[in-house]
Design a protein around this ligand. Structure first.
Ligand code: ADP
Ligand code: GLC
Length: 473
């Protein structure tokens, strides 16, 4: 099959979170299954762009409302990522360093999607499926079906839309409706949710199939989807959950070049100890105490706002018997608070505010526990990285966390689970972690060995997507 993935992120080209990891891995595994998988994304000005060789494959012109733009499509020459990578360049809109966070993000991603449709409309052949990821590409299924200039050639191309995060929906005011290429106005309802153009809702309505990144999340969206609950309930017949995998080549403690000591299941104790000593040294922490870390976006969904209180409570209540480390960026007030706390709790807590891919690897390798108290977690990849690196996940019982982590109190359980995203639940779980670390060496060592053996590679999920695409032919 020929599969075209379209997304705003793709590791290692540009990544802000798990979306990038998924789009950088799934196509590679689909390629290994014998399919042709392609990725199309915006040409941001990232290191990857400057360090690789490209060929020009297409140029075109279009407009969004009053703004005319020229776009070009370039392709990475060597196929080094294991799939064909195409970048769409639009000067003035996409030629920026960051992926998101600009005032004109609406125009940027709209122009990106329009350029993609315009380019695809000129292909000599049709791909078997176009797979769109999250709201930045959510208007594509609508445009294929209902925009006059595209529908003749593109309407019969099957589309799959994956919801990585239903919280962000890409809302566009109706006053900008004419930014879309002319469409059949009878179909305006396929764009609308609650009197706004809602790209996430439009994709759920118009895509041939909808997937979510875990099975639990599929069910939860009917109860809590930032306003789209009824829609997810209504469209359940064409929706299914497919759990994300992880790229086991990038995330392998035995070959990871970003950590100080490589290890596998047999060498896990010594290997982790070495990594921990290095990390503890770097952050002024005590390597003999259990190290509990957090890696992630400092936003409400991740319940990162609870970290300051949960960490200080845990330090007081458990008499400083655990150390804490936070790597993250996001809410500026929270960033400041976590930055200041390191002076108040020196020797017990430290933080790195910012984004650092190498440090994230070092934390998965050098920590004993990884804390994820998320309020919403569609899948979560961090806990799967932690498992592979022999780090016990401490997770809230929700979404993909519920589908991938069992509690050590249960039969063959290998993690620590709690029910509520509250300071109390976190503090209590920290107590369980300290007890495991200090008093239950056999269980702890069994858990580590067991979790490192769990197969979270993409093999099975990549095949599930292929089966889904085939059902659309
Ligand atoms: P989400 O996509 O909601 O942020 P995931 O758990 O799916 O959550 O994926 C997060 C990804 O982003 C992981 O690869 C994680 O290591 C990475 N990450 C998040 N914050 C940072 C950071 N500050 N520095 C480095 N990597 C980060
Ligand atoms: C989103 C979700 C996260 C998921 C990731 C990749 O950003 O918040 O839970 O793992 O997408 O699908």
């Amino acid at each position: 099959m020929e599969i075209v993935h379209i997304a705003a992120e793709c590791y290692p080209v540009a990544k802000a979170g798990g979306l990038g990891d998924v789009v950088g891995a799934l196509p590679k595994y689909q390629g290994e299954l014998g399919h042709i998988a392609k990725v199309v994304m915006p040409m941001y000005r990232t290191k990857f762009l400057y360090n690789n060789d490209w060929e020009l494959v297409h140029e075109g012109n279009h407009q969004i409302g009053p703004h005319f733009f020229h776009y070009s499509v370039i392709k990475e020459k060597t196929n080094k990522l294991g799939f064909d990578l195409y970048l769409i360049d639009i000067n003035g809109l996409l030629d920026r360093e960051k992926i998101y966070g600009y005032d004109d993000d609406t125009e940027r991603f709209l122009a990106f999607q329009v350029a993609f449709c315009d380019w695809l409309n000129k292909w000599q052949h049709k791909p078997d499926v176009v797979h769109c990821h999250d709201h930045h590409t959510g208007l594509i299924p609508f445009m294929f079906k209902h925009c006059f200039e595209f529908r003749e050639r593109l309407a019969d191309i099957p589309t799959v839309f994956t919801v990585h995060n239903g919280q962000y929906q890409g809302w566009i005011g109706w006053e900008k409706y004419y930014y879309l290429p002319a469409f059949d106005s009878w179909k305006w309802g396929m764009l609308d949710w609650d009197n706004t153009i809602n790209p996430m809702a439009s994709a759920v309505k118009c895509a041939w199939k909808v997937t979510t990144v875990s099975n639990s999340y599929l069910g939860e969206l009917k109860e809590s989807a930032n306003g789209l609950e009824k829609l997810f309930d209504y469209e359940q017949g064409k929706s299914l959950g497919i759990l994300n995998g992880i790229d086991t080549e990038v995330w392998d403690p035995l070959t990871d070049t970003m950590i100080v000591k490589n290890y596998d299941k047999e060498l896990v104790e010594k290997g982790k100890q070495k990594n921990k000593r290095e990390l503890a040294g770097q952050f002024g922490l005590d390597p003999d105490k259990p190290l509990i870390s957090f890696v992630g976006r400092l936003v409400g969904e991740k319940a990162a706002d609870l970290l300051p209180d949960a960490i200080s409570q845990s330090i007081y209540q458990h008499h400083g018997n655990a150390n804490f480390l936070v790597l993250g960026s996001g809410d500026p007030a929270l960033e400041d608070k976590l930055d200041q706390m390191k002076h108040q709790f020196g020797g017990y807590f430290n933080s790195y505010i910012g984004y650092s891919e190498p440090l994230s690897h070092q934390i998965y390798a050098g920590s004993d526990f990884l804390l994820m108290p998320s309020r919403v977690e569609p899948c979560g990849l961090n806990q799967m990285y932690a498992l592979r690196y022999g780090t016990v996940p401490m997770v809230r019982n929700i979404g993909g966390l519920r589908d991938t982590v069992t509690d050590m109190g249960d039969w063959q359980g290998f993690g620590i689970r709690f029910d509520q995203p509250t300071v109390w639940d976190i503090t209590y779980s920290v107590g369980r972690a300290i007890d495991l670390y200090n008093n239950k060496p056999d269980l702890y060592s069994w858990m580590r060995g067991h979790m490192m053996e769990i197969d979270h590679s993409w093999d099975s999920s990549a095949q599930q997507y292929i089966d889904l695409y085939k059902s659309l032919k």
